[in-house]
Design a protein around this ligand. Structure first.
Ligand SMILES: Nc1nc2c(c(=O)[nH]1)N(C=O)[C@@H](CNc1ccc(C(=O)N[C@@H](CCC(=O)O)C(=O)O)cc1)CN2
Ligand SMILES: Nc1ncnc2c1ncn2[C@@H]1O[C@H](COP(=O)(O)OP(=O)(O)OP(=O)(O)O)[C@@H](O)[C@H]1O
Length: 194
């Protein structure tokens, strides 16, 4: 099956969840995440603003903040095409909608969190496999973000958030794909680190 056919199939799997299933799944994923040893001290975390059929992050982001973690959200880079910036989320955050219809904090250099400072990055995905490979929306945004992390040697834990139905045994990989360290679903915490 082609990458595009896989994306369509798993896009449909994600979309088939009812609202009640989505909220329950988000709560279960949130509990697994907050229980990780890595989150027992305050962390600098990049999350995402969920849209459409994605695993909802609104409650999760609030709970993370409530536990003392600093949350930032992705913003499409104004001139580096295909790249993301991460901006702090707080009660005064002003919002824009990007070209994909996704809300993002208004660009303000003072709110930018350099990738090198991020400790954990929560990644949306369409499908993931048993090696931690990820199929995304096809923009390559997270591949580019994680590549920065790979090249610098700083610690960053990329964690995918997903429904159980997004699992596939084996995804075809591309040379630029960088595997996730973990994926959290309602029923399981997948840890792909040795
Ligand atoms: N919530 C969320 N934020 C995110 C991502 C994501 O996947 N989810 N991204 C992950 O990279 C980045 C944005 N990348 C994107 C890349 C492509 C499309 C896209 O092709 N959208 C289709 C609509 C798909 C649909 O039918 O819902 C489009 O605009 O035609 C969207 C986001 C950064 N922020
Ligand atoms: N590190 C990189 N450097 C240059 N180009 C890249 C890099 N990563 C990805 N790309 C380009 O981005 C395009 C989309 O990649 P891919 O289909 O793997 O995206 P994705 O991981 O599904 O999307 P996203 O991360 O936005 O959710 C590819 O065609 C590739 O050319």
């Amino acid at each position: 099956m082609s990458q595009q056919q896989l994306r369509q199939q798993y896009f449909n799997a994600r979309a088939s969840q009812t609202n009640a299933q989505r909220q329950l799944a988000a709560q279960q994923v949130s509990e697994h995440l907050l229980a990780l040893p890595e989150l027992q001290v305050p962390r600098t975390i990049a999350s995402y603003y969920s849209v459409k059929a994605e695993l909802p992050t609104a409650v999760l982001n609030e709970q993370l903040q409530h536990h003392g973690h600093q949350i930032s959200l992705p913003v499409l880079h104004p001139f580096r095409r295909g790249h993301l910036l991460f901006l702090k989320l707080h009660s005064q955050t002003r919002w824009n909608t990007n070209q994909f219809g996704i809300p993002e904090p208004q660009l303000n250099v003072q709110e930018v969190v350099p990738i090198q400072q991020l400790e954990i990055i929560l990644v949306p995905l369409v499908a993931f496999d048993a090696q931690g490979n990820r199929l995304g929306m096809g923009g390559g945004y997270y591949d580019r973000t994680l590549q920065h992390w790979y090249q610098g040697r700083h610690q960053l834990l990329p964690i995918g958030l997903a429904y159980d139905q997004q699992f596939i045994d084996h995804l075809p990989t591309q040379p630029w794909d960088i595997p996730l360290a973990m994926v959290i679903t309602p029923s399981k915490v997948w840890d792909f680190r040795q």
